[in-house]
Design a protein around this ligand. Structure first.
Ligand code: ADP
Ligand code: MG
Length: 250
């Protein structure tokens, strides 16, 4: 660990002009429809009925809506794990269907219902494994970031335990740490704080707010209660697969 609580993450960039697409859009979601089908190919649910929006670098874009509105489908389509029926998604200017590898390399993702980590690997091994896969910053910086995130989320003392021995909330913390490692430009979090304790929720929230504001990271997630003073916070309301409004709060 570095001394004095110094962050191992890169310093804030003046003018937020460090990555492709940063002058424009972090995510472009364009006229997306999604119809889920069963194994026989018969449509079973219309999840999205033509949704369009863009998220800029530095924005925290919150998806709000009742169960079944299509929030998780939006996040999975941006992550590239669910194919849209029509429409397209770009991340950092790269089309998810045509340039998947480059689009996904910009992303850090927590999917609420996934087993995102390897249960047999320890907490630390998981972070190193996923960090090396993504690795834009080098192994030493990755290790320092991993330690920093584990401390931030209150998981540092568990670092030598296999992920399979963690509680659900602790595994969720690990999934969040994995998503934030390597400083992805776009962070997608579907219910990241489900199962997280109050302190970890608060630390994660503060950290996300900081990296959005100071480093121009774009964050798409479920609404969080932000402490006062939040600068960039967009709330999108999704109803029955339709995007109904976008509110700007501060
Ligand atoms: N894998 C799936 N197969 C079939 N239908 C699905 C699948 N995933 C989601 N759906 C349906 O799509 C709609 C939107 O779901 P979802 O995106 O999970 O909503 P939310 O996250 O807002 O609760 C719901 O009607 C849901 O039943
Ligand atoms: Mg959901």
């Amino acid at each position: 660990m570095r001394r004095g609580g110094e962050s191992p993450f890169s310093p804030p960039q003046a003018g937020r002009v460090s990555w492709r697409g940063i002058m424009g859009e972090a995510v472009r979601f364009e006229r997306v429809t999604k119809i889920y089908s069963n194994l026989a190919g018969r449509p079973v649910a219309r999840a999205l009925a033509g949704v369009s929006f863009a998220v800029k670098p530095g924005e925290i874009f919150s998806l709000l809506g009742p169960n079944g509105a299509g929030k998780s489908t939006i996040i999975k389509i941006i992550a590239g794990v669910v194919e849209p029926t029509s429409g397209y998604v770009k991340v950092g200017g790269f089309d998810m269907s045509r340039d998947r590898r480059r689009a996904q390399s910009r992303l850090g993702v927590v999917l609420g219902d996934s087993r995102a980590v390897y249960w047999r690997l320890t907490v630390k091994e998981n972070l190193e494994y996923f960090g090396i896969l993504r690795n834009p910053v080098g192994i030493r910086a990755l290790r320092e970031q991993a330690d920093y995130l584990l401390q931030l989320l209150g998981l540092y003392d568990m670092r030598h335990r296999p992920a399979g021995e963690l509680s659900r909330g602790m595994r969720q913390k690990l999934a969040c740490a994995v998503a934030l490692l390597g400083e992805p430009n776009v962070i997608l979090m579907d219910e990241p704080t489900a199962g997280l304790d109050v302190q970890a929720t608060k630390s994660l929230t503060e950290f996300l707010r900081l990296i959005a504001r100071e480093k121009g990271k774009a964050i798409i997630m479920r609404p969080l209660i932000f402490p006062s003073g939040c600068q960039v916070f967009c709330l999108a309301v999704v109803m029955l697969g339709l995007f109904t409004c976008r509110l700007y709060l501060s």
